[in-house]
Design a protein around this ligand. Sequence first.
Ligand code: LUZ
Ligand code: MOS
Length: 750
Amino acid sequence: MKHFDAELHVKGKSMFVGDIPEPEGTLHAAVFTSSCAHGKILSLDTSEAEAFPGVIRVITAKDIPGENEIGNIVLDEPLLAEGTVHFIGEPVAVVLAETRHQAYSAMNTILIELEELEAVIDPRKAAQRGDLIVPPRTFSCGNTEDAIKECTHVTRGTAETGGQEHLYLETQSTLCIPGEGNALRITSSTQSPSFVQKIAARVLGIPIHLVQVDILRLGGAFGGKEDQATPWAVIAALGTHLTGHPVKLILKRHEDLVNTGKRHPYSCDFTIGLNKSGQILVWEVNYFQNSGAVSDLSTAILERSLFHSTGSYFIPNVIATGYCCRTNLAPNTAFRGFGGPQAMFVIEAAIHKASAETGIPVEKIQKMNLLQPGDRFPYGMEYTCNEVKSSWELAEEFSDVAKTRKAARKFNSENRYLKKGISMMPVCFGISFTSTFLNQASALVHVYTDGSVGISTGAVEMGQGVNSRIRQVAAGVFSIPLERTRVESTNTSRAANTSPTAASSGADMNGNAAETACCEIRGRLLEVAAGELGCKAEDLCLLNSRVWNKEKQTDITWDQLVIAAYMSRTDLSSHAHYATPGIHFNKTTEKGRPFAYHVAGTAVTEVTVDCLLGTYKIDKVSIVHYGGSQLNPLLDRGQVEGALLQGIGWVTMEELAWDGRSKRLLADTLATYKVPDISFTPNEVNILFAEGEVLGEGVGLKGSKAVGEPPFMYGIGAWFAIREAIIAFNPDTSSDYTAPITPERVLMTK
Ligand code: LUZ
Ligand code: MOS
């Protein structure tokens, strides 16, 4: 089954915030932001902007009726700067005008006087000064001190990963419409409707029930709208609250690139200890996370790094410590993988370095240490299936690694400057929000009298196809054509207290809630049918838009049944709640069972590097991915392909750079920030989906596994394949584990 929005997208008919007809009196907001990375505000003069033609109002922090606080985990984030600015792009004042052009023109007349303070963008420097958002956190198991004595080889090193711009097609967007009294309705391009609702209420000083948040779909998000849609939505809400007008705020691409946070860059130290045969006995790692100026989701992201510190491997003695380092960058935030990719890069780098020092082939160390059933993660959870190891073995066959390696060796011996490199990248990613309480969802289903079905859940459609999956589930329960179902907008009045659509869990959780609600209605409908037919409801089922009695079709169609139920005053609506079963975590002992399950697979990547120019081509990626029993193979394939390319982009060409003095983002246009395009796409991407373990009752969605984030990390393989090619050119090359490995970096590598 294809993605339901595909046709709308292709025809340009799908609606985003910018496509909603503007209500009469709509004001356009332009946000005046700091152009200084750290400074004390000496004066702020908005008088010229206030007098500007078309301007209705200029808002600053002192106009906020409630709290000037939009933090969600740690309360350290003002909506509008007060006294001090902490990063370039920090909102300071808001201009509301009749046209967008007037708003921006007026905004440009605002004068700010600042006393510049020292700005820090290096996380290690921030850590040295004790500038941490929360105290450091450590996950450990075994005893590394004793175990290191048993190691015949100990490798130490550092690894660095860069940030990443989300580059969703739709920039941060909001339209807020006033209601009666202080009520308002916010249409926001957010992954977290309930957070926007809660924080708007806090800033305005009104109860949550006066704020309704509605979302039709997002033009992409990738984590960039989990927390960072909130300020813009709340700014619009504040404008509506203060003026009584609808307010529209859509960031320009340049503003979005500069003002919003990105994937966290990490700087890491590691120690890896091996015994003679190559078994990893010790793993010690420190993560210095570049959190940016305010906490945002940084602490949760660091937590996920700690959970994934050992990657796809079993290591008996571990100490992993993470530091959320406060710097003067825009607040870094959620991005597909959520700290997992950063951690997995480090362990792969360590294995690679250990291989270089011991001469044991890298794939031998990898394979020997892969997780096996019964192994325990440092956080206490047992790994129960065999998918890590078997995906590795299947991938060896699927991509014919032995033959490919042989061909590469031949190629490398025949070419002086062109070199081929091959890597294997195993992935094991935990599914569930690491904050256990977030693992809940709800659905509200209505069957209408014409037999059509409307479904509301907390899930946000952002291109990933979650609505298509939910429709499949509902159509399956009622056994009616997919076209008779519809997923409504995500609305806080129909699905309350929702978790963000994030952590790859949107379809699992909201799909299960929708299934439960549909099953409840089906139960009532079958009771009605049993009354009509004079038989027992247990003998009846729905099949192909009709009631069946045991194996025989009856005369009652779906449409007739719905009408009969309505006429007999049967409730045709149902609400259901879902809570992921079997998960728990103790933050004092740092032990528990935080994940419903893990998703595993292995990627084999082949590249060709031009060692004279530094350029490279990703020739081929072969992936064996354990997806459970797939509910929607096409959507799964789209997610794996998209995530792979996004992952390759992160470790190869996507480079954020800041000016050393001003700390200004230099890669602030699409001419300077390069992302993979169609010509960079690997010539060949082969994906083999394998079914694997059978999930427990109510886990996954109808036997399928979450697919949003795990395949991102297959992309890390590209870094190591390029590295292998460089080594083929120069076996004595320095071992610098820094991502992204841009063509410039390849060229400069000694
Ligand atoms: N968001 C969150 C996430 O709040 N907690 C998580 O564990 C998570 N994981 C992945 C992506 N977003
Ligand atoms: Mo996400 S990184 O699942 O918003």
